[in-house]
Every structure is written in structure tokens, then in C-alpha cells.
Write a protein that binds this ligand. Structure first.
Ligand SMILES: *[C@@H]1O[C@H](CO)[C@@H](O)[C@H](O)[C@H]1NC(C)=O
Ligand SMILES: *[C@@H]1O[C@H](CO)[C@@H](O)[C@H](O)[C@H]1NC(C)=O
Ligand SMILES: [Zn+2]
Length: 568
């Protein structure tokens, strides 16, 4: 400890000086007496000096400690940060799901979701080029702490890349993870580990995510869907434009462990047996809606299962480190249920998200490492209202959870079943027969609606391609759930947190970029340094190439709603 020692030596002038001591001796008459007293005094002074020096050292060490911690309150050296995104979940989704759960489980009116008990504030969501954001601009705000245009994957309005909190965390020695229920190349996860001008460039995003970008590998753990982006176009089940086998490249060149199904997930033993880096792609595209997945639990893991596995894996991997981990967990398909306007699918997505949130809260409760959980949405989807005035009727002050409780399949699943049935329709099957089949097999059995009108059923027979919207309208009308759009809305979204050091920064009503800035602040990492490195390494040629490719993308005022709707 050089500092206390030097400070102690600086303190020696504090000791009584020889001059002062000898001047006191001037009044003594006998030399012997004087010598004895002098020796006694010297011994006394020595002890005093010893005690004083000791006290000074203690003070100095204490002062230095104070200096180290002053900048960050009582900052722990080791920290974990879990950031959860409920894509497309606005405030009405909470009211919807809370009341639904009270109804189904017979709970009292003051029973709340786990999320409700961690309400923290709200976030304003607009993007740089629109009052209504998409998930790409939303996640760029979280990852970089900066506003960008709809469609941007961690690049700014000047088309320059911006460093993400995950990339900065990795560079600082943290372990990192992404958990989603949609494609791992979709906008939200993409913004944490890649930089492209348009969210459609998922072939490129997949490559950057495994480590083939200019920064090398930043992610240690990826669990979710979207396997098709990792398979070459020569393979059945691929959705790549090229013949790059990204899954093989990940394993051979970048050292990833790979799992592509339920058996592979189960072998991870809840995170106890994870060899990082770990890539787990458990669905060709989306993991099915929780409402449907419940019947396919042997095929697909749930969001909360994946979240728990990731938490344990990262906790284990950082056990011997002085740095913790950063984990992003997304309830990706709340948004999809909103796009479809399917309220039954949505309540089950939000319930599962709430379960995953609780899993993180429980993790924090047992973790020896300081851990903060922050959860928010990128935007609201659907313009959801827990009220609906039926055409030609007066307003009714109620909505009906029992209607949603009677549904056993999502509109997505029912539409797929109808399209499949029609594709194999025998020529002998009349429209009347088809209508009866639809009513019995899909509307009554699946949607749980016993009183579909003839017009509604006729519409399903006439236009199976649009049936997903028809099913959604049938159940929403019965439940008195309203929707104003199949797209996103500009309403402020909620922020939730476990609380903890510095989380007051995002109390109250804040900008989505404030949430992003908090993430890198809490981890004490430098995203600007990553930005500089990206600019340097991505270079002009690289950007020109992507820019040429992106001229086809309409990223001006109107982000192409049709595509956003198809791909959410
Ligand atoms: C597959 O990718 C290769 C380039 O990697 C391309 O030449 C070929 O046309 C693609 N095939 C299909 C069917 O898209
Ligand atoms: C619930 O669905 C079943 C079919 O699964 C149907 O017979 C019943 O009438 C429905 N109940 C209500 C209240 O809609
Ligand atoms: Zn969306």
C-alpha cells in the first residue's frame, strides 16, 4: 500500500520537534536527572509517534476507500444486469392480463401480477423519424442510448454504427446473453449484437451475432428461435438468400456449442451443463405462442425456462470472475399477438413474461452478486383497449375474461389449420360442409366461441388467407376487447425494476434513450469507445455496400407497414 506509507511519512512534521523538546529541558539543574528524564521523554515520544503513525495509516486507508466509492455511491465491484423487453406491451396489456388471471384463478380484486409490484415509471418511445417507433429503433435506443430511424439496427440517422451496451460489456469482461421467443436475428436481439441499415438484413445479422462482424464475438449465450437464418439455402428449412451454413460456421470457426431442439435444451440441465459460447435455436422461426406451446411442451422450451437456464449458465460462468453478466430477455411475441389483434394469445404471452420476470426476481433474491433487473417495452402494439362498443349498441361498462378463458388455440394456429385443411380440400366438400367443419373444429373447439354468425363463418370460407384477422375479430368482439390498429402505437409504455443502485435514474417518465443510457451507466461500460472502433473498422466501403443494398428499403417517413405487419 504505497499511499498510506507515503502519507504517514508526510505526517512526521506533526511529531514534537527536537528543538521544542530540548527547550523544555533548559530549566533542569542536575545532568543525570536531566538525562534520565530525557530518556523517559524520548521513550514516551516514541510510543506517541508510533500511535500517531498508526492512526494516520488507518485514516489514510479509510480516506482512500472513501475516494474510490464516492463516484458511484457504494458501488459493488461485481454486478449483473438483466434487461427484459416486453415487445409491444402497453399499459392496457397489464390490465387485460391481471383481470384475466383474477377471473381464471378465482383471485381477489387486489391480486396483481409480479410486474405490477415492481412498477417503476414509464418510457416515451418515439423514434428519430416517427412518433410511432418500430422495434428496431426502439432496441437501438436501449442498446446505444440514442434515437434512430425505424428499421435501424444499432446504426444512427447518419447511417454510422453505434456501439451497444452488450458489446461494451463484453469488452469490459462481462459475460453476455440474449434470450427471445422469436428469431434471434429479429430487431430487438439484433440491436445488441449487430449493426445493419435495415432490420430485414437478417442473413447479415446472423453472421455478426456469431462473431463474424468487425468486433468479433460479443455474445456468449443465445437462446430462442430463428434457426432458418442459420441454415444454408441448399437445406430444407433455410430462409437464407445465400448458401452459408452459419450454424456450422458458428461451431467450427467461433467455438459455439449448438442445440437445435428440446432434447438439446434439456441436456443443458437448467444451465448447469452449458458450455459457452452456446447457441440454442429451438424453432425454425418463432417459438409458438404460449397458448399453443403448452400443448407442445415436448418440442419447444418456454420463455421462463430459457430465462432460468440463461441466468444459471451465466452465474456459473462468472463465478470465478470479478465481473458479472449482462443478459437481455425478450417476451418477443406479446407484439405478435398485438399485430394479429388476438387477445387470448396476448394474455398467455404476458403471463409467461410475468413468470420469467419472477424467475429473475427470485434469482436476484438468492444471488450473492449485486444484480439489477430493468424491464420495459419498446412500444405498444395494436392500440389495445379493454373496452369495445359493439356497432349499433350503446357502450357497456365491462369486458369479458371468460371469453378469452374459453379459447384453447391462438388465431395464428387456427388460421394455419384452416389453410392446411383448405389446401387438401377434397373436391366433393361443399362450401356448406366446409363452413360446418370450420365452425365445429376451429371456432367452437379452438376459439371457444359457440355463437359465430353466418356472416363470420362465410367470411372464413371465402377468404382463408385473411382468416387470422377474422378469428381475431370474432373473439375480440365477444370479449369486448378493442383494437385501433394492426401496427404499433405511440402510447408511453411501463418500466419495471427490482430497484437497486442508481435505478433512480429511470424513475418517473423518461425517454427510451434514458433507459439505454442507464444500462451502460450501471455496468460502467463505454459504448462510445465501441462506436469509434466500429466506425474505424466498418469503414466507408462496407457502409457503401450496405447502403446500396438498402436503397430498396423505404426508411424515409413511412416505414413499410406491410412488411412490418407480415414479419412483425
Ligand atoms: C443459394 O445461394 C447461392 C449463393 O450463396 C446463390 O448463388 C444461389 O442462387 C442460391 N440459391 C437459391 C435457391 O436461392
Ligand atoms: C366454451 O367452449 C366450448 C367448446 O370448447 C363451448 O361448448 C362452450 O359453449 C363455450 N363456453 C362459452 C361460455 O363460451
Ligand atoms: Zn411489432
Amino acid at each position: 500500500m504505497p499511499r498510506p506509507a507515503s502519507m504517514a511519512s508526510e505526517q512526521s512534521p506533526l511529531l514534537p520537534s527536537k528543538d521544542l523538546a530540548s527547550s523544555r529541558e533548559d530549566g533542569n539543574t542536575t545532568a543525570d536527572k536531566s538525562r534520565r528524564r530525557s530518556r523517559l521523554r524520548e521513550a514516551g515520544l516514541f510510543v506517541w509517534a508510533l500511535v500517531a503513525t498508526g492512526a494516520v495509516i488507518v485514516l489514510a486507508v479509510w480516506a482512500q476507500h472513501g475516494q474510490q466509492t464516492a463516484g458511484h455511491g457504494s458501488r459493488s465491484a461485481k454486478r449483473n444486469l438483466v434487461f427484459m423487453v416486453s415487445d409491444g406491451m402497453g399499459p392496457a396489456s397489464l390490465s387485460l392480463t391481471r383481470s384475466y388471471r383474477q377471473f381464471v384463478d378465482g383471485l381477489p380484486e387486489d391480486d396483481t401480477l409480479v410486474l405490477d409490484r415492481h412498477f417503476w415509471g414509464s418510457s416515451r418511445t418515439r423514434s428519430s423519424n416517427s412518433l410511432v417507433t418500430d422495434s428496431a429503433a426502439g432496441a437501438t435506443a436501449f442498446a446505444c442510448g440514442k434515437k434512430s430511424y425505424n428499421g435501424a439496427i444499432s446504426v444512427l440517422p447518419d447511417h454510422e454504427p453505434c456501439g451497444s451496451v452488450l458489446e461494451a460489456a463484453k469488452r469490459a469482461g462481462y459475460m453476455t446473453g440474449l434470450v427471445v421467443t422469436t428469431d434471434i436475428t429479429d430487431a430487438t436481439p439484433a440491436c445488441f449484437a449487430s449493426h445493419v441499415l435495415g432490420r430485414q438484413m437478417q442473413d447479415d445479422i446472423a453472421l455478426q451475432e456469431i462473431g463474424a462482424g468487425v468486433l468479433g464475438r460479443s455474445v456468449d449465450l443465445m437462446l430462442g428461435g430463428g434457426r432458418c437464418h442459420f441454415l444454408p439455402n441448399t437445406t430444407a428449412g433455410s430462409c437464407r438468400m445465400d448458401d452459408v451454413d452459419v450454424a456450422a460456421l458458428a461451431q467450427d470457426e467461433y467455438g459455439w456449442s449448438y442445440a437445435d431442439g428440446r432434447a438439446g435444451f434439456d441436456a443443458l440441465k437448467g444451465g448447469e451443463r452449458v458450455k459457452l459460447p452456446m447457441l440454442g435455436l429451438f424453432a425454425p422461426n418463432d417459438v409458438p405462442f404460449e397458448l399453443d406451446r403448452r400443448d407442445m411442451n415436448d418440442v419447444y422450451p418456454s420463455l421462463s425456462e430459457m430465462a432460468q437456464t440463461a441466468l444459471r449458465a451465466l452465474e456459473k460462468a462468472t463465478a470465478g470472475s470479478d465481473k458479472g453478466f449482462f443478459l437481455m430477455i425478450e417476451g418477443s411475441r406479446i407484439d405478435h399477438a398485438g399485430h394479429i389483434n388476438d387477445p387470448a394469445a396476448q394474455v398467455h404471452e404476458v403471463l409467461e413474461y410475468d413468470k420469467a420476470f419472477k424467475a429473475v426476481v427470485d434469482f436476484i433474491g438468492q444471488s450473492k452478486t449485486e444484480t439489477v433487473l430493468v424491464a420495459t417495452s419498446d412500444h405498444e402494439t395494436g392500440g389495445l383497449a379493454t373496452a369495445l362498443q359493439e356497432p349499433g349498441h350503446l357502450p357497456v361498462y365491462n369486458w369479458y375474461p371468460r371469453v378469452l378463458a374459453n379459447a384453447s388455440a391462438s388465431c395464428e394456429r387456427l388460421a394455419a389449420a384452416l389453410q392446411d385443411y383448405v389446401a387438401h380440400r377434397p373436391s366433393s366438400l361443399s362450401d356448406g360442409d366446409l363452413k360446418a367443419w370450420i365452425n365445429h373444429e376451429l371456432v367452437v373447439s379452438g376459439l371457444g366461441i359457440p355463437d359465430a354468425t353466418d356472416e363470420e363463418l362465410a367470411l372464413l370460407v371465402k377468404d382463408p388467407e385473411a382468416s387470422i384477422n377474422t378469428f381475431a375479430a370474432i373473439i375480440s368482439l365477444r370479449a369486448h376487447i378493442g383494437w385501433s390498429t394492426h401496427g404499433h402505437s405511440a402510447v408511453d409504455v411501463n418500466i419495471y425494476s427490482s430497484g437497486g443502485p442508481e435505478t433512480d435514474m429511470i424513475r418517473g417518465n423518461v425517454e427510451n434513450t434514458d433507459v439505454g443510457k442507464f444500462l451502460s451507466h450501471y455496468l460502467d461500460v463505454d459504448v462510445d469507445k465501441i462506436t469509434e472502433e466500429l466506425k474505424e473498422k466498418m469503414g466507408k466501403t462496407n457502409l457503401e455496400a450496405v447502403e446500396a443494398e438498402s436503397t430498396a428499403l423505404a426508411w424515409g417517413g413511412e416505414y413499410h407497414i406491410a412488411e412490418e405487419r407480415m414479419r412483425f
